[in-house]
Design a protein around this ligand. Sequence first.
Ligand SMILES: Cc1cc2nc3c(=O)[nH]c(=O)nc-3n(C[C@H](O)[C@H](O)[C@H](O)COP(=O)(O)OP(=O)(O)OC[C@H]3O[C@@H](n4cnc5c(N)ncnc54)[C@H](O)[C@@H]3O)c2cc1C
Length: 402
Amino acid sequence: MFANSDAIILDFIHLKSIEFHRDDEGALVTVGAGVVFRELVEALKAHQGALPVATGPDVGVIGYIVNGGLSGYFSRRLGLLGQRVVQLTMVTAAGEIRVLTPEDALFFAMLGAGSALGVVVDVTIRVESESAIQSAEQRGFSFATREQAVAFARGALRMLRDDVLENDSVSMELVVTGTNALIATVIFYDSFNGSAAEFVQPLEDLAASLNLPVIIESRLGSWYEVAAALWPVIEGITGEPLAMLNHCVGTYGMPDDEILDFVSDTLIAQAPLDQANFSLVEIRTLGGAAMSRAKLPSGNCYHLFFVDLVTMYDTKGKTVGERQEIADLTTRVIDQARDVNGLTVDFSGTHSQPDDVDSSALASIIFGTEAMADHVTGLKKQFDPHNRFRFHPYAKFLGTAG
Ligand SMILES: Cc1cc2nc3c(=O)[nH]c(=O)nc-3n(C[C@H](O)[C@H](O)[C@H](O)COP(=O)(O)OP(=O)(O)OC[C@H]3O[C@@H](n4cnc5c(N)ncnc54)[C@H](O)[C@@H]3O)c2cc1C
């Protein structure tokens, strides 16, 4: 551990249990702290279930839940995964084992700020039927110049706002990659009526008008296929070691033209995609069930429009100067976002660097509201007065940085 020679890292690799069971309201799954999404997704497939899972196959299910993890594909229909938790087992800083349900003060706090408050051993999650997701259409186009990527994004972002954010039966994600690809995925939920192919036709027309070659044209016919769609791409992102910087921007309500223009003309135009070629700009629709279900201490359930800039590169072969340049370029983009009216910056426990003491994110933004931030701070003082759990994304806000 580089940060502190006295630190202890807990490895949950052996807590691999995934148990399906039922109550009066339907199917549940209890997941141990060592389970990663690939394992949960495969198990759900065998039970015809669906959940709002992370895109990364090796992301820890509980690490994602305790930091308010969101699914750009599924959260508009299925909520955040934490919003589906009905019970969890945790160990407090005092060594007490507690089984929490929604009646306990700590319960909701654990589902957004949990990594600062205790160790979660298992969670029980309400499972949805796989029929909640009809299908998805994925289109990929390659671009030769950044201007082409910006031009495509300008059009696609209007479609995302006007056709998708207005319609709770669909969601959309647009990813711009450092490998010069634009990947648009539109997910159709069970309430969708109409032709999925016609719905995405404007994206194809837009790409054709810009002469962008088609590299992906696929229909994903089930929740499982959508959940696993990005695994092969993500598996190709490796490094010795891989460097990663996470930031996000978003809006509470409908993004106006100024905000959409900022995302295309500044964020996509200036992101260090060439210097850090595993980088991604991911533009996602939220809201829907993620906004209407129980509020968790996470900015992720307060935002409708969500963009994350994940700067990634293999550090092997990069000089110190090149690494600094990549960090500076990333900071420059995010600093400009702070000046855009109506745009929130670094509000997500899963997509920001809130432990950076020089960044300007506020506790009320990352935990959702001032009241929620006060609530979490109070619980931190009560349940971890000696600050045993200090290597979490909220160190700065809970007065425990450094
Ligand atoms: C390829 C990739 C794809 C991703 N996709 C998404 C996505 O679609 N949506 C999204 O929201 N995020 C996504 N993320 C971000 C991811 O959700 C967060 O980084 C998450 O915190 C990772 O959890 P982990 O357990 O894997 O990591 P770790 O680094 O092990 O843990 C992260 C934090 O959670 C704490 N923690 C972990 N387990 C426990 C536990 N049992 N009890 C208490 N605290 C615990 C740790 O102490 C640490 O503070 C992605 C990340 C990657 C690398």
